[in-house]
Design a protein around this ligand. Structure first.
Ligand SMILES: [Ca+2]
Length: 377
């Protein structure tokens, strides 16, 4: 689940310019916060456009009156939940960022600690409960695909232990004929044994992309089959308990990806076959796109757990990015639970927020416009 992994890098300094370039996801986060603080009028308008469909005027007024305050509270609560899980306190004077030289910069109490670790400059930094960071590193230009904003891709995974004296505490490389075609890997305890695994999209010119599951020491635990053709990307999304009630699989964790999201995306759910060291495809369905080519936005999807039914839904855009579709597993197939239109084209992230206990989907459409959508029952 995304909550298991918290992005802590808010700012990526590009030293060639005088300003700061913010990763798109972080940018959206920052804009969301500033919007919550300052732009209730616009948000109220946008959210009303969506919610007016079935919310009465009083509720809208009520929402408008309270949204700024409550959204801030909810955002803070959500942030705090994530912070508790990742032990990142974004309220203390600490920022962690990567500069254009691949140095990790830890800004704390008006002091900067610099770790020269050859990070991928646009890597999104992950942090666990024990104040360890994971980031992609050791960039290479040997795979010129460029679908994630540039043609520089990582070849290693680096771990840093935060402390008074932060140190690199681990690192592994992928095989030399592959690159890690991602800026945001998955770092999650798939099998619940207390040790996190890492899911990487590995790509090369001949085999194309495959999903690879590693332990933190760099041992390959399982892999999917490669696509078979170069320059075909796979967007590894998340590990979550996408249960299949009819097969009584309970809360089995599955990995979900979207294969070739730019040219006809196929959602695929994978189990971890430990005996065969394989990522085994359980089900797939085409017609979805979770990424725009050339973009660094990695969150054009979200995962939602219905608290009443415990059903876990993957919410993804259709190929046109003008509708959101909730998917689940049923009888061994991918099942469309519901579909709702967006009032424009999805341009940024999708996330679940709560307003007065009601879960809403927040999405960024068109020209950085926020919309809030009720989740169908
Ligand atoms: Ca594990």
């Amino acid at each position: 689940m995304r909550k298991n992994i918290m992005i802590v890098s808010l700012i990526m300094i590009l030293a060639l310019t005088s300003g700061c370039m913010i990763t798109q996801h972080a940018n959206a986060d920052l804009e969301a916060k500033s919007t919550y603080e300052n732009m209730d009028e616009e948000r109220g308008h946008n959210s009303n456009q969506e919610l007016n469909q079935d919310m009465n005027q009083d509720m809208n007024q009520d929402m408008n009156q309270d949204m700024n305050q409550d959204m801030n509270q909810d955002m803070n609560q959500d942030s705090n939940q994530d912070i508790n899980e990742s032990n990142v306190d974004i309220n203390v004077d600490q920022k962690i960022e990567i500069n254009a030289d691949g140095d990790l910069i830890i800004n704390r109490n008006n002091k900067s600690i610099v770790l020269k670790l050859n990070a991928l400059p646009d890597a999104q930094i992950l942090q666990d409960k024990n104040n360890r960071l994971l980031l992609l590193s050791d960039p290479s230009e040997k795979y010129q695909h460029g679908i994630l904003g540039d043609s520089i891709e990582a070849t290693a995974v680096t771990f840093v232990q935060l402390s008074e004296d932060p140190q690199v505490v681990g690192k592994f490389f992928v095989p030399t004929d592959w690159v890690i075609e991602s800026i945001l890997p998955i770092w999650s305890d798939w099998d619940g044994d207390g040790q996190r695994e890492i899911v990487l999209t590995l790509s090369n010119k001949t085999s194309g992309a495959k999903l690879a599951l590693y332990d933190e020491l760099g041992n390959v635990l399982a892999e999917s089959d490669p696509i078979g053709t170069g320059y075909r990307w796979r967007h590894a999304l998340e590990i979550a308990p996408f249960s299949d009630p009819e097969q009584n699989k309970g809360s089995q964790n599955l990995l979900v990806e979207v294969q070739t999201p730019h040219i006809g995306g196929i959602v695929g759910f994978y189990s971890w076959d430990k005996e065969a060291n394989k990522l085994k495809k359980e089900a797939s369905l085409s017609g979805f796109s979770t990424h725009d080519i050339g973009s660094r936005e990695m969150h054009m999807y979200t995962v939602f757990e219905n608290e009443k039914t415990s059903q876990v839904l993957l919410i993804v855009p259709d190929q046109s990015k003008r509708e959101l579709i909730a998917l689940s597993l049923k009888s061994g197939d991918v099942y469309e639970v519901w579909r709702i239109p967006l009032s424009g084209r999805l341009r940024g992230e999708i996330e679940i927020i709560k307003e007065k206990g009601v879960a809403l989907i927040r999405a960024i459409i068109d020209d950085n416009q926020e919309v809030f959508l009720r989740i169908p029952n």
